[in-house]
Design a protein around this ligand. Structure first.
Ligand code: IMP
Length: 179
């Protein structure tokens, strides 16, 4: 897996570890195309990597219902540019606060390729809460939770329902069937 994000790597390694699958981290420059669907972004980033080892690329983002999925594929840029405060300001007075986190994994081992998607529905909070997780976690309240944001949850708790956990579980179950 190529990622500079410790949180992403730890979340992924934790899930795969439960299935006895080891994950190694590679320091590679990832090329990200612009596309609406995270699958297309992950698949392209993987396709242009010319390495003869089992590889995976994950692409994730936050998709806000009222804004047609914004920031979606621009999630990391928007976070850098306006941060969570900017999203909260944009949504000031908005009643519809529905959002979804998506995670797509593109996997390749020789001629075998596969893509997986995980998602978690939730709402954008009215203020930042919690210091856990990363990125948009302090403003994302999962619907399946008890009203706390991902930022207020521990890693294990987030891993029970997160988009990333769901995508990596699918990958793990598929990999286990391949052997
Ligand atoms: P990437 O392009 O897959 O690296 O992810 C895009 C951006 O989405 C990240 O930089 C984060 O800002 C945000 N993001 C993705 N997954 C999560 C998550 O689990 N929690 C918080 N933010 C996330």
């Amino acid at each position: 897996m190529g990622t500079g994000n410790d949180h992403k790597y730890n979340e992924a390694r934790e899930i795969l570890g439960e299935y006895g699958i080891e994950l190694e981290r590679l320091s590679i420059e990832r090329v990200e195309i612009q596309a609406d669907e995270p699958e297309a972004i992950a698949e392209y980033s993987l396709k242009i990597l010319n390495m003869d080892i089992p590889l995976l690329i994950e692409d994730a983002g936050l998709y806000i219902d009222k804004y047609q999925g914004f920031p979606g594929p621009y999630s990391s840029y928007v976070l850098r540019a306006i941060d969570n405060e900017g999203i909260l300001k944009l949504m000031e007075g908005d009643g519809d606060r529905g959002a979804i986190y998506l995670s797509a994994i593109a996997y390749r081992d020789g001629d075998i390729t596969a893509t997986f998607r995980g998602e978690v529905k939730g709402e954008i909070a009215h203020e930042k809460r919690g210091t856990g997780g990363f990125g948009y976690d302090p403003i994302f309240i999962p619907t399946e939770g008890d009203g706390r944001t991902f930022g207020e949850m521990g890693v294990d708790e987030k891993a029970k329902i997160s988009h990333r956990a769901r995508a990596f579980k699918q990958l793990a179950e598929w990999l286990v069937k391949q052997v």
